[in-house]
Design a protein around this ligand. Structure first.
Ligand code: HAM
Length: 435
C-alpha cells in the first residue's frame, strides 16, 4: 500500500483560515520597516555551506546539528538551506559591494530551516522578518532597531505581551579574554556541569551561561560577568544605547547572561520575550555584528540587525484576540441565463472602483449561494436574477448582524440601480460597522 503523503515533520501548512492574519502581520511589519527607511531585499534560500559555517560559527548548535546540508548532485558542492538570513545578506552585500558608498538599511522576510525538535513555537521550517543596518557603527542604529520593534508591537496590539532584554558582550578581544576566564571558572566546577556544558567548555563556554539546567543555575549565577570585563569603547556604546532607549520611553532589563546562539555578535545583544508561549518565548532577537563582513571576506563594515519569528507572533496575535479590520467583502450571487454575463460586468465595474468582490462559482440556488457568502464572512451580498438583469439593478442583502439591526432602521434587503451602486456602497460602508 502506498504511504499517505504528508507534510514533512516540523514544516507547517498555512491554511486559508490563517492566511489573512499572516498577510496582516507582514503588511504591518513592512509599513513600519519602510517608515524607518529600510529597503526590501530577497536572497536565495540555498547558499554554500561554508557561508554558514564561517558566518554563524562552527561550534554553534545551528551549525553543529541543525543545518539541512546536501551535496548538489551536479556540481558536487555542499549546499545548505539557510538557517537564518543575516549571513546571506552580508554575502550579497560583499558580492555586490552595495555598502560601498554609504550605509544601507535593508529587510527581508522568508522561510528559514533548522533541524530542531519540533514543539509549539519551534519548527523545522519557520519564517522570519529580518532587518539589517549595514555600515553603521553608532549605538543610535542599535536603539533605532529596538524602538522600531516597539512600534511594531504597538501597531500589532502586542505591546502588553512582550518585554525587552538587552546586554553587551563586548568586542572580540574582550570576549577572547572573557572566554579564558570562563573556562578557568567552570573548570573548577566540572562536577556540576552537565554533559552538554562539559562538551561546550572549551568549544563555546559562553553558551554554558545560556543553560536552563536547574542544577547548574547557582554555579552559573556566580560566574564572572561579561559586562564587568569589557573595554571602554564597548562600555560607552552600551551606556549610550541605554540612554537612547530611556529617552524613547522604553522599559528594558539588562540580562547579563544574554549571549545569543550565533557567534557573530559583539557589543549589543537584545531579545524581546513573552511569557505566553512556554519555552519558546523569544519573539525577536538580534544585535551588533561588526566582525562578520571581514569574517566572510569583505571590508570591515560595522552592522546591526535582528530577526523576529513570524509563527510566534501569529500565536501571540491569536492569543490577543486581535481583530483585523479589512475591506468589506461583497459576494455576488447570481442565477439565470441573463444574470451571469450581467453579473460579471458588475463585478469588474466594482473592482475598477476598488471594491473587493467575490463571485459565486459552481452554481447552486440562492439559498446555497447565501450560505457560501456567509461562510466567507462577506459583509453584503449582491443578488442578481434575470429580473434584476432585465432592469439593470441588483438586490442588496446585508449579512452581518450589526448591519441588519442598524440604528437607521435600514431595510435588510433592497434594490439598487447598477449606475448608482458604487456611490451607494461607499456611503453604506462609511455609515455601518459590520461584524
Ligand atoms: P535567532 O535568535 O536564531 O537569530 O532567531 C531569531 C528569531 O527567529 C527567534 O527569536 C525566534 O523568534 C525565531 N526562531 C528561531 N528559530 C526558530 C524555530 N526553529 N522555529 C520558530 N521560530 C524560530 C537569528 O536568526 C539572527 N539571524 C538574527 C539577527 C539578524 N541578528 C542580526 N541580524
Amino acid at each position: 500500500m502506498n504511504k499517505k503523503l504528508q507534510a514533512v515533520r516540523g514544516m507547517n501548512d498555512i491554511l486559508p483560515a490563517d492566511g489573512r492574519l499572516w498577510l496582516y502581520l507582514e503588511d504591518t511589519a513592512r509599513r513600519v520597516f519602510e517608515q524607518y527607511g529600510y529597503q526590501f531585499v530577497r536572497m536565495p534560500v540555498v547558499e554554500n555551506t561554508a557561508l554558514f559555517v564561517r558566518g554563524i560559527g562552527e561550534t554553534t548548535d545551528v551549525v553543529e546539528k541543525e543545518m539541512y546540508t546536501f551535496e548538489d548532485s551536479l556540481s558536487q558542492e555542499s549546499l545548505t538551506l539557510r538557517p537564518e538570513a543575516t549571513a546571506g545578506i552580508v554575502r550579497a552585500a560583499i558580492e555586490h559591494n552595495f555598502t560601498y558608498e554609504r550605509g544601507q538599511r535593508v529587510w527581508t522576510v522568508g522561510p528559514m530551516f533548522r533541524h530542531e525538535r519540533p514543539q509549539k513555537g519551534r519548527y523545522r521550517q519557520f519564517y522570519q522578518l529580518d532587518v539589517e543596518a549595514l555600515g553603521f557603527s553608532g549605538p543610535d542604529v542599535d536603539a533605532e532597531q529596538i524602538i522600531l520593534l516597539a512600534r511594531l508591537w504597538k501597531a500589532l496590539g502586542l505591546d502588553g505581551m512582550v518585554t525587552l532584554k538587552i546586554n553587551t558582550i563586548g568586542d572580540a578581544a574582550d570576549r577572547r579574554a572573557y572566554r579564558e576566564r570562563l573556562i578557568a571558572y567552570f573548570s573548577q566546577h566540572m562536577d556540576v556541569l552537565d554533559d552538554d556544558s562539559q562538551r561546550r567548555l572549551h568549544r563555546n563556554p559562553l553558551r554554558i551561561l545560556d543553560s536552563k539546567n536547574p542544577t547548574m543555575q547557582s554555579v552559573i549565577g556566580r560566574a564572572p560577568r561579561m559586562i564587568d570585563h569589557i573595554g571602554a569603547d564597548a562600555r560607552a556604546h552600551f551606556d549610550t544605547l541605554q540612554k537612547l532607549l530611556k529617552e524613547a520611553g522604553l522599559h528594558f532589563d539588562i540580562d547579563t547572561r544574554l549571549v545569543r546562539g550565533l557567534d557573530y555578535y559583539n557589543r549589543t545583544v537584545f531579545e524581546w520575550v513573552t511569557d505566553k508561549l512556554g519555552a519558546q518565548g523569544t519573539v525577536a532577537g538580534g544585535g551588533r555584528y561588526d566582525g562578520l563582513f571581514e569574517q566572510l571576506g569583505g571590508k570591515p563594515t560595522p552592522a546591526c540587525g535582528f530577526a523576529a519569528g513570524i509563527e510566534r507572533l501569529i500565536l501571540l496575535l491569536q492569543d490577543s484576540g486581535a481583530r483585523i479590520t479589512e475591506m468589506p467583502l461583497i459576494y455576488l450571487a447570481f442565477l439565470g441565463e441573463n444574470a451571469a454575463g450581467f453579473s460579471w460586468r458588475i463585478a469588474e465595474m466594482l473592482r475598477d472602483q476598488g471594491f473587493f468582490v467575490e463571485m459565486n462559482a459552481g452554481g447552486g440556488n440562492f439559498k446555497v449561494q447565501m450560505k457560501k457568502a456567509d461562510a466567507k464572512g462577506a459583509r453584503i451580498a449582491l443578488i442578481v436574477g434575470d429580473d434584476e438583469a432585465q432592469n439593470q439593478e441588483v438586490t442588496v442583502k446585508w449579512l452581518r448582524e450589526n448591519d441588519k439591526t442598524n440604528e437607521a432602521g435600514r431595510a435588510e434587503q433592497e434594490r439598487v440601480a447598477v449606475t448608482a451602486l458604487p456611490k451607494w456602497l461607499n456611503e453604506q460602508f462609511e455609515n455601518t460597522r459590520g461584524a
